[in-house]
Design a protein around this ligand. Structure first.
Ligand SMILES: Nc1ncnc2c1ncn2[C@@H]1O[C@H](COP(=O)(O)OP(=O)(O)OP(=O)(O)O)[C@@H](O)[C@H]1O
Ligand SMILES: [Mg+2]
Length: 205
């Protein structure tokens, strides 16, 4: 599988087929027993653990299936902390302003001071997306980013992801069970028992 800048690739497939496992490999959070992963010129297999952490900080945005927000921090602080780590040259005020804008773009402008425990699942998911995209990653990995969202909010979130891909030339790999979302992607791959096959439907002009 090869993903280009500004391209949106969807991965579909049954539960347990290995989609999240693939995402963990792409994120450098697990190491492959065979095969090679190259992202933005980095061969992940050749990086040390510290190298992988630095690689992630500089190149990746990750939206986890189970959110992984910091429970003691507000939505705003979860997002601005991520930006502060990626861009230490920014002032706290700049980071918080950018975080507020990112949260507003995913429809959470009125929830910035809530902690994760006071947010719904779909709201937490959107905080996760705002955090993943805040530092303009080269590659955005998203595990079922609309899995907890109603149709309207889901399509808002997808619009935001496409916008990032097109405007910031971010490559996007998203895992989804939603056929209407997969249909919007530039290319679709289907995972079946650990095997990835391109299944892009031909689109009418
Ligand atoms: N850390 C692990 N150690 C061993 N097996 C695992 C581990 N994580 C996942 N698995 C197994 O690997 C298979 C693929 O899991 P994975 O999480 O990648 O599925 P998935 O395609 O993301 O499914 P879902 O759509 O339900 O999220 C499953 O059978 C799962 O039980
Ligand atoms: Mg999964």
């Amino acid at each position: 599988m090869r993903v280009l800048p500004a391209e949106v690739v969807a991965i579909v497939g049954p539960s347990g087929s290995g989609k999240t496992s693939l995402l963990m490999l792409l994120a450098g959070l697990e190491r492959p027993t065979s095969g090679r992963i190259e992202i933005a010129g980095h061969d992940l297999g050749k990086l040390t653990e510290d190298g992988l952490a630095l690689f992630r900080r500089n190149n990746l945005g990750i939206v986890f299936q189970s959110f992984h927000l910091i429970p003691s921090l507000t939505a705003l602080d979860n997002v601005s902390l991520a930006l502060g780590i990626a861009s230490p040259e920014l002032s706290l005020k700049q980071a918080r302003e950018a975080a507020e804008a990112a949260l507003t773009s995913v429809g959470l402008g009125n929830r910035v001071h809530h902690r994760p425990s006071a947010l719904s699942g779909g709201e937490q998911q959107r905080v996760g997306l705002a955090r993943a995209m805040i530092a303009n990653p080269r590659l955005l990995l998203a595990d079922e980013p609309t899995g907890n969202l109603d149709q309207k909010t889901g399509s808002l979130v997808i619009d935001v992801m496409f916008d990032i891909a097109r405007k910031k030339h971010t490559a996007v790999v998203l895992i989804t069970h939603d056929p209407s979302l997969a249909a919007r992607a530039d290319r679709v791959f289907t995972m079946t028992q650990g095997e990835l096959v391109e299944t892009t439907a031909s689109k009418e002009a």
